[in-house]
Write a protein that binds this ligand. Structure first.
Ligand SMILES: Nc1ncnc2c1ncn2[C@@H]1O[C@H](COP(=O)(O)OP(=O)(O)OP(=O)(O)O)[C@@H](O)[C@H]1O
Length: 243
């Protein structure tokens, strides 16, 4: 079953200057997909448009068959959208438990405790110290908490914007271990990443976005060849040429 479908999506900050210039792809249930591309290609803008945080100017987005184009982010959470922004994705002055309790407000009261317990089962590093202030966590654990907040509501898709940005290599490893665990639990995962090597090791399929358009959509294994990736990043190959 198709979980997420973009058709000719156009989006950006100014209607006269679209950043995402007509992108189409589908993500199947349980799939794990990374979106790569050079700086400024529009990767973050595209996933923010999907998550209702950037205006769309054309095209459509469907989630589990329902048209969600242009819906605001708070409406999208209820439709099954899980989005983890790159920064400011947790409340650092609150405890781990409080961070989860706030996210759990979206759930019926009777389900909240069970879902928080499920997150603590999935992420024992968080469950072992619920009263720790989130600001005291390492960068990798903060991303884990941000992911747990988004997963509380059992989203149909979890989209992450550069979860390893600014982290040391050791913490990058931690973040990707977490993502591997989330994917293994059957969650449909889409991530934008600058860390090409780690992303390709995690995902089955990779998209390359160049100047707001898809330059490649295929098995992640195809891109382990750095030469092809370099050509794609520089815009020397189109999707047609690499197909
Ligand atoms: N809030 C904003 N307002 C106006 N323009 C923006 C805004 N955010 C990003 N842009 C512009 O949109 C273009 C695409 O940026 P975006 O962050 O989507 O690219 P990216 O592929 O995610 O790059 P990076 O990997 O560097 O984050 C850039 O030219 C950027 O300057």
């Amino acid at each position: 079953m198709t979980t997420l479908a973009l058709r000719d999506l156009k989006a950006g900050y100014d209607r006269d200057l679209p950043i995402v210039k007509g992108v189409s792809f589908e993500v199947e249930e349980g799939e794990c997909l990374c979106i790569l591309g050079p700086n400024g290609a529009g990767k973050s803008t595209m996933i923010k448009a999907v998550a209702g945080l950037v205006p769309t100017f054309g095209g459509t987005v469907h989630l589990n068959g329902a048209d969600i184009t242009g819906l605001a982010s708070h409406q999208l959470v209820r439709k099954g959208m899980g989005f983890v922004p790159q920064t400011e994705n947790i409340f650092t002055s609150l405890t781990i438990l409080e961070n989860l309790q706030i996210a759990a407000q979206l759930l019926p009261a009777a389900e909240r405790a069970n879902r928080i317990a499920a997150m603590f089962d999935m992420f024992p590093d968080l469950g072992s110290r619920p009263r720790t202030e989130a600001g005291a966590l390492s960068g990798g654990q903060r991303q884990m908490l941000a992911a747990a907040r988004a997963l509380l509501t059992e989203p149909k898709v979890l989209i992450l914007d550069e979860p390893s940005a600014g982290l040391s290599p050791k913490l990058v490893g931690q973040v990707f271990d977490t993502l591997r665990r989330i994917s293994a639990a059957g969650v449909t995962l889409v991530l934008v990443e600058q860390n090409v090597r780690a992303a390709l090791a995690l995902t089955e399929r990779a998209l390359v976005l160049v100047d707001g358009r898809l330059a490649h959509d295929g098995p992640a294994d195809d891109l382990h060849d750095g030469k092809l990736l370099g050509e794609l990043f520089l815009g020397h190959r189109s999707a047609e040429a690499s197909a």
